[in-house]
Design a protein around this ligand. Structure first.
Ligand code: CO
Length: 134
C-alpha cells in the first residue's frame, strides 16, 4: 500500500522574486539555498530549506505558462503543498480508484530525477497538491 512520508515543500507563487525574498530571506531569516530557472515549468524558483522541508517561491518567466495564468487569475499567494510518497504509481492507482481528479495523468520527472504529479484542487478541498516519489 503506498504511503505519504513527509511534507516536501510548500510553494508560493510570487510576481516579484526580489521583493518576496525581502520577506522570506531577509525578514524571516530563512536561508536561500538556490535560485534556479526551471525551463520545463517556465518559471524561476527560489528554494529555502527548513527542517527537512522547503519553502519554494515560484515566479513565472513567461506569460503563457500555467503558473503565469494562475498568477493572472488569482494573484500572488499560496500555490501548492507537496507531499512525499514512497510509491507514486501505486498512489496514482489508489487515487484513480477513488475518482480523484489529477492534473497530469502520468508522472513527470524533474531535472534532478524525481517523479511528480499534481492533484486537482477540485478533489482536495481547494488546495493544489503535488506528490513526489521519495
Ligand atoms: Co512543487
Amino acid at each position: 500500500m503506498p504511503s505519504i512520508k513527509a511534507i516536501n515543500h510548500v510553494a508560493v507563487v510570487v510576481d516579484d522574486m526580489e521583493k518576496s525574498l525581502t520577506f522570506w530571506r531577509d525578514a524571516l531569516g530563512l536561508d536561500l539555498h538556490e535560485l534556479r530557472d526551471v525551463p520545463a515549468e517556465k518559471s524561476q524558483v527560489a528554494f529555502l530549506p527548513l527542517a527537512g522541508a522547503e519553502v519554494e517561491l515560484v515566479m513565472p518567466t513567461s506569460d503563457d505558462s500555467g503558473i503565469a495564468k494562475y498568477l493572472a487569475k488569482r494573484g500572488p499567494g499560496m500555490h501548492h503543498i507537496c507531499l512525499e510518497v514512497d510509491d507514486i504509481v501505486g498512489m496514482l492507482a489508489q487515487l484513480r480508484s477513488k475518482n480523484i481528479r489529477l492534473i497530469n495523468e502520468e508522472p513527470r520527472t524533474t531535472a534532478d530525477g524525481k517523479q511528480y504529479i499534481f492533484i486537482h484542487p477540485e478533489s482536495t478541498g481547494g488546495v493544489l497538491v503535488e506528490l513526489y516519489q521519495v
